[in-house]
Design a binder for this molecule. Structure first.
Ligand code: RIB
Ligand code: CA
Length: 312
């Protein structure tokens, strides 16, 4: 029985690959809808990019919604330096023709969780947590109806990628992250600790290129563009495919290992704003609110990703 999911996203080349992986896996996940959030690039681009990706996958009937255009309390910080000015730089992409839904993304999250049987909908945030937090604030009754939140965000042993202490998704809206991590909903976290082990390489990207499909060509062009930031900064072999780890977990959880810990968000200090503080050694009595992933079978991850992407 496929898991019903809502993908909340700020495409973003890696978000795009995650959406493709989900749409290529109807046996494992049923995408009820995609809600865009401001993050890597502003909302008018993330909602457009989400539709571009759905059309590329040939799934023009997936409802795409625009959510919040700014963090709850702070000014939006974007990441064009990583993703380019369109957010999907690399290949030239045609504008989408599929419509954007009129309903606000937050209202879609609330209405879907109220409509579907309790405990049957998984939320998959791939960007800042603004939409999720606003939905929980607007409709506290939905929190107990969430099956699980599987999100990309945070970092502990790997430390930050946007500041010395913070990972981008959490840094953009730390107040939203604080609301989500204190909500009581079960959370699985894919932090930089694991996504930095899911690195592309020339050989891995060539597999996408060799598929001979439009989707394979797009994924190769996106990762070629996206990797330049991480290769220059970390000297790594290739681009970390952050967001696809969330969907891969839903399809093949055994690819990952982690630890149930308390995770809290820094929302006060300017120095460490957005830091995800994991009580890794259990030195506090704070509730263990997050399954914090740290290990990944990278070869298995890429084998799954290429097998599924080749289906589109
Ligand atoms: O820090 C990595 C995260 O920030 C990824 O989700 C990437 O898409 C950006 O949103
Ligand atoms: Ca993202």
């Amino acid at each position: 029985m496929p898991r019903k999911i809502i993908i909340d996203t700020d495409p973003g080349q890696d978000d795009a690959v995650a959406i493709l992986l989900a749409l290529a896996s109807p046996d494992a996940v049923e995408v009820l809808g995609i809600t865009a959030v401001a993050g890597n690039v502003p909302l008018h681009l993330t909602q457009k990019n989400a539709r571009i990706v759905c059309e590329l996958a040939g799934h023009v009937h997936v409802p795409v919604f625009a959510g919040c255009d700014a963090p709850i309390r702070r000014k939006l910080v974007t990441a064009e330096h990583v993703h380019g000015k369109t957010g999907l730089d690399g290949p030239v992409m045609a504008d989408p023709t599929m419509p954007l839904q009129d309903m606000h993304g937050v209202d879609f999250i609330v209405e879907t969780l109220r409509r579907e049987p309790a405990g049957t909908v998984t939320l998959c945030p791939l960007g800042p947590l603004t939409n999720i937090a606003v939905a929980f604030q607007k409709a506290p009754d939905i929190v107990g109806r969430v099956q699980e939140i599987v999100l990309m965000g945070g970092a502990y042993f790997e430390v930050g990628n946007i500041t010395p202490a913070a990972e981008f998704n959490i840094y953009v809206d730390p107040e939203a992250a604080d609301i989500v991590f204190k909500s009581g909903a079960p959370i699985v976290v894919m932090p930089l600790d694991v996504t930095h082990k899911a690195l592309t390489s020339k050989a891995r990207v060539d597999v996408f290129r060799a598929m001979g499909t439009e989707v394979g060509r797009m994924v190769a062009a996106w990762t070629d563009f996206f990797e330049r930031f991480d290769v220059a900064k970390y000297g790594s072999a290739g681009a970390p495919l952050h967001d696809p780890c969330v969907i891969a977990y839903l399809i093949a959880p055994d690819l990952f290992t982690g630890r149930l810990v308390n995770l809290e968000i820094e929302t006060q200090s300017e120095l460490t704003l957005g830091m995800t503080v994991a009580d890794w050694w259990g030195v506090t009595s704070r509730p263990k609110n997050a399954m914090f992933m740290g290990g990944i079978n990278a070869d298995g991850f890429f084998a799954l990703l290429t097998e599924r992407i080749a289906r589109l």
